[in-house]
Design a protein around this ligand. Structure first.
Ligand code: SF4
Length: 143
């Protein structure tokens, strides 16, 4: 019988996949080494929510997520988070390593909605839902 060793969810952009809003990636050496050991699942909540790549950058503004152009993309962010939690439950995930500062993946500190590079306390939409479901979320800077 195949044993489920609680796979770790990882932001796909940290693996070097070009899923970021600007069509690029942000590979992280430590994360890539971890991926090579296996038992990880790569996810991009924004793509899972139906957003294209590249796409206009967005930030959390209160309860909403707005693009730099002012388009409300909250529902796509929520959909992406729900898809990730569906997967997390399916594989009995206990831990996620998600990209710091992102409006989807950021944990504890995210961009403040002014598109000025300023950080504020808060979680990305997906990180928030994972935490609410008891899944530990850390950033690439904490491994
Ligand atoms: Fe990376 Fe997460 Fe943004 Fe996707 S949603 S590009 S995984 S930070």
């Amino acid at each position: 019988m195949i044993k489920n060793n609680n796979p770790i969810l990882i932001s796909a952009c940290l693996a070097g996949l070009c899923c970021r809003y600007d069509g690029r990636s942000r590979p992280n050496d430590k994360v890539v080494e971890l991926i090579k050991k296996g038992n990880v699942i790569l996810v991009c909540p924004e793509q899972l929510g139906g957003l294209p790549t590249p796409r206009v950058g967005a930030e959390r503004v209160g309860d909403k997520v707005l693009t730099k152009e002012g388009t409300d993309v909250t529902s796509q962010y929520q959909k992406g988070a729900e898809e990730v939690i569906k997967l997390a439950k399916l594989v009995d995930c206990k831990k996620a390593i998600l990209k710091a500062k992102s409006p989807s993946c950021g944990s504890n500190m995210i961009y403040d909605g002014t598109f000025s590079g300023t950080l504020t306390e808060g979680n990305g939409v997906c990180a928030e839902l994972l935490k609410k479901n008891g899944i530990e979320v850390v950033t690439e800077n904490e491994i």
